[in-house]
Design a protein around this ligand. Structure first.
Ligand SMILES: NC(=O)c1ccc[n+]([C@@H]2O[C@H](COP(=O)([O-])OP(=O)(O)OC[C@H]3O[C@@H](n4cnc5c(N)ncnc54)[C@H](OP(=O)(O)O)[C@@H]3O)[C@@H](O)[C@H]2O)c1
Length: 235
């Protein structure tokens, strides 16, 4: 029987958790990389802080020995942090932390794991609506998420002859702890946000997981940016 693996960052909650669960249901052995463990029993968690460059040592000793027999590896770069900052008040160390998680850690993971990824494997980046536009007050997030598209495009070109595929899934407003924390769980603002798309609701994280699954398992999507936001009203 073929052995397929999912490796997802940020699978302890939100979109990453739903992604780990969905791939598990589809006979992938799922590994989660985040600080807290994934609550799903079917998922193996390896505790790492992606903002600390030494996390690579744990990947070498704890993850790589477990995926050496892989027929296929799906690597999903999902972890991120959303801070409230602006071009006027951003602190360099804060920007560094966001970029470590969103840009440097995916690069380290790609380099470590690519030698163990057979043809038909894929690397999926999770971007955002803010990968291609900006809003005020989310400086480091907007910068990092624009870079996510650069990561995906460079990955696509460099791996063109490898039969390893890539794509960037860009969610809209999704009902996760990240969004609710950012909005201070203010129901009035959440209602306003719901009104910004065609269906007057937040996206369920399982819907984004399905989009990630589709992108990861359909090589025709190689190089694609998939906006999964139910349409957004422009103001
Ligand atoms: N929710 C939305 O509306 C929305 C919209 C557009 C794009 N997105 C994107 O979708 C992805 C998932 O977001 P979400 O809404 O599910 O966020 P979330 O609920 O905040 O989950 C974020 C995940 O990232 C992990 N993480 C954060 N810092 C980490 C670190 N230093 N080291 C390791 N893991 C870390 C967290 O795990 P630990 O805390 O356990 O480490 C958590 O599992 C992100 O890339 C986000 O930018 C979300």
């Amino acid at each position: 029987m073929s052995q397929n693996y999912l490796i997802v960052t940020g699978g302890s909650r939100g979109i990453g958790l739903e992604t780990a669960k969905l791939f598990s249901q589809n006979n992938y052995k799922a590994f989660n990389l985040s600080r807290k463990p994934c609550p799903a029993d079917s998922v193996t968690s390896i505790a790492v802080n992606l903002a600390q460059p030494d996390f690579a040592e744990d990947i070498k000793t704890q993850l790589i020995p477990q995926i050496k027999d892989a027929d296929k590896v799906i690597l999903v770069h999902n972890a991120a942090q959303l801070k409230k900052d602006t071009v006027e008040n951003i602190e360099a160390d804060s920007l560094r932390q966001v970029m470590e998680i969103g840009v440097v850690a995916p690069t380290i993971l790609n380099r470590l794991l690519l030698p163990y990824m057979p043809p038909k494997s894929s690397i999926i980046y999770v971007g955002s609506t803010l990968s291609e536009k900006a809003v005020a007050g989310a400086f480091s997030y907007v910068v990092s998420k624009h870079t996510t598209i650069g990561l995906m495009r460079a990955t696509c070109q460099d791996l063109m002859d490898s039969q390893i595929y890539t794509a960037c899934v860009c969610p809209g407003f999704t009902d996760t702890p990240m969004l609710r924390d950012h909005l201070n769980n203010d129901e009035e603002i959440i209602e306003q946000i719901k009104g910004m798309n065609a269906q007057n609701r937040l996206i369920h994280p399982a819907e984004i997981a399905e989009t990630i699954y589709f992108a990861a398992t359909n090589p025709v999507m190689n190089g694609a940016i998939l906006h999964a936001n139910m349409g957004q009203k422009e103001r």
